[in-house]
Design a protein around this ligand. Sequence first.
Ligand code: SF4
Length: 970
Amino acid sequence: MGDKGSRRRPGHPAGDGAMQQGIEPFPSPDRWHDWTEVDVRDGKAHRYALVPTTCFNCEAACGLLAYVDKDSGEIRKFEGNPLHPGSRGRNCAKGPATKTQAEDPERILTPLRRTGERGTGGWAPCSWDEALDDIAARIRAALVRGEPEKVMYHVGRPGEDGFTERVLAAWGVDGHNSHTNICSAGGRAGYAFWMGYDRPSPDYENAQVIFLISAHLESGHYFNPHAQRIMEAKKRGAKLIVLDPRLSNTATQADHWLPVWPGSEPALLLAIARHLIVERRLDVRFVERWVNWADYLAAERPDLPVTFDAFLGALEDLYGGYTFEYAEGESGVPAADIQAVAELVAGAGTAFAAHNWRASSAGVLGGWQTARCLFFLNVLTGSIGTPGGTSPNAWDKWVPRPPYMPPHPKHWNDLTWPAEYPLAFFEMSFLLPHFLLEGRGSLDVYFTRVYNPIWTNPDGLVWRQALTDESKVGLHVAMTPTWSETAWYADYVLPMGLGGERHDLHSYETHAGSWIGFRQPVRRIAAAWAGHPVDDTREANPGEVWEENEFWIELSWRIDPDGSLGIRRWFEAPGRPGEKMTVDDYYGWIFDHTVPGLPEAAAAEGMAPLEYMRRYGSFEVERAVYGRHEDPIDLGAEDVSVEAGTGLVFGAAPGEPAMNIVPVPLTPGDGPGRARLGITVGENDARKGFPTPSGKLEFWSPTLRDWGWPELAIPAYVTSQVAQELLTGPNDFALIPTFRLPVLIHTRSANAKWLTEIAHGNPVWIHPDDASRIGVRTGEFVRVATETGHLVNEAWVTEGIRPGVVAMSHHMGRWRLGEDAGTDRWASARVELEETATGRFRMRRLEGVKPFESVDPDSSRIWWRDAGVHQNLIFPVHPDPVSGAHAWHQKVSVTAAQAGDRLGDIVVDTGESRRVYREWLALARPGPGPGGMRRPRWLLRPLRPTADAYLAPVPAGPATGDKPADGKVE
Ligand code: SF4
């Protein structure tokens, strides 16, 4: 089967493991327009159009090829796209499972409007026009009243770069909200305070040593693209080190698995750093050239000369106490094992690839220091921007510019960016219901988009309180491809497309290179190839399922039908004023004008760039990207100047950046038309450097000092809320509630029957010693209690978890309040929710998963009954006072279940939730900061407002809060 087509085309890495001599694993791209093969399910030959798109089931956006039957229009399967530079033809189970999501008999096929009280489950179909007119009128009214802050868009899975931020900017609304602070905020902050960029891009495939504080072989951020490169490195002989209290699938592949106590990772990492420093096993040239050590000495060690040797001595003073033995005491990992790993790191040279994603950075108070301490190892070894090392993510990500950019919003949204968290990465999204309930504001229109905060966020029942109060949330619009616990509390439920039913453009840092991937509605494209073009994606999708881009364009026109608000012009076709922009206009312009090499590659095949992207679905922009910080700046160029004292280099601005990415910091030297270009690192030697205030890697962060956290301005170890010394009760444990299962999609796998059949339970992992102490065996019920409530679940006794720690996967426990509606029945238990006393709730399972009748015969064959147990409802909010990240890990009491307990019981006291919220809020050290600013302008922020909006409306005051002198925060 298949033939030998062209093996290498500009813009594609074909041949890199995907296309081989002999039997080919993929049909040749030359045949994608017309491919015939036998489907084993019916034994018949089918003629297909193979339409590339990208997967929407995690952030990696791997390439997919949809096999669209030319006769029936049916999508018969999804396979990998061999031309995609990130995924190279490979997918995890969730990619092909897109088919089951699309065909799910439970999916929402028409817009629905609430009938009856919000949250009581009454729905009636409505037209798109009716929904659009109502939503548009409310947004228009808020804008005309001068209250743009009453409009908020809250996204779970973005899956695209910039389209929606551009929409919000066009409306003049600082209303972007995301899930980042329940996910990656801690990791981002740790990296950003070092280098300005907020994520790492490890070059796994060329590494000698790979160090993961994550589970990247099964569930990392760019899971499949990363996993395949890690395994290739391992096959080559690279060593894999994994820190995880749990024996994850990733840990099983490690050469060194260190089952560290959750939250103690910085102690272990600083012990490795100490080893590198004391033994002088560090890259002296790199550290001396690129770290702001002189600033540190000048500010913090005036007793020392400003020399690099003095800095090394200062490092020994700072970290001398972090011996391997000390790290063993904190982490529980034997000192000899830590030493062995330290030796590996020291021997890796600059081929040291490291990644911290979620794990303790999303788990504990001060978790952002885990990322900061891990990157310290990259800094010391000089493995930044090197082959096999770790680069800033932005070097390996290409974000094209859209046709024309609206101006930045002119106001600041205090509901998402409150004064208490001036350094947060990013919006304080999980505090929104608390803010609404305490009267900080209200919303006229609240969009949740592929997001399920009642289920996904901590304090779900406080979310429920806010969402059912129409004085707090005037209109809730759920844009979703599937039912969710949150959509149940919406006024409109709008059916949005899956991976093969929508347009999106994206690029992610999967390796040392950059690419763009194009998601497309595959039946629409197949129809166009067959000579039946459609103008609206709804015409090709199932039912009335739409895509968001066309929805946003249409909604924007209805908000400003005559153009008088200045909104409509941003949605007019480039070059055709007064005419509505189409998705072809939008993406066609981008591909024509902003992707280097794409027009030429397309022309070489006789195509327009848009046609080329529709044909192949991806384009490789660059490969082998390293060392961008060393890019030279021409000091002799016209208009280039060097700032006295700082050595920062300024010059003509390179043009307006995309809204969501600012390549250089907005520092005081910026002005109209001018921007930071780089930093001098020697006489007449200027380089691009890093987008930090100093232009260098900031071992010592003046920003942290100036904004109230001087004791945490350097890589440091913070005592967490689950530190061993705090677990004093006989049944106290640290609960890890964050780990993912490789085959599930956060809260969207309930409509993927293939995935749900594979995984549908989340028992409590508990070590045999602990299980025997509390008297439970596998399958018996335990009660897990937090500060605000408890749940009842089954125990799974396993040596795969370290003693003293218990763990539950976060995917499970889907529930529905309706008999046959609310959440897909493939995965949800039917429950009742009762308020047993004021603010005290009990959720009790009425029945588990069971077969049901539908057009899909498989629904009557469901053999599993388990739906798992939801845990997030019993978690109060734990906002880290610096990064703003929710600290997910919980101090819990675990006991054998009590009389009357039933599997799936959940009890929550929302009064206690409010108390814990106030307790953690009190840890914050509010802004404004220097200059009366709400937030440092150089820090990343989605949808940056104008410079004026950064100024706080109240006079600057001193930072508040306790500041222990010993560098530890209790
Ligand atoms: S890793 Fe799996 S879920 Fe994620 S984009 Fe790739 S195929 Fe889809």
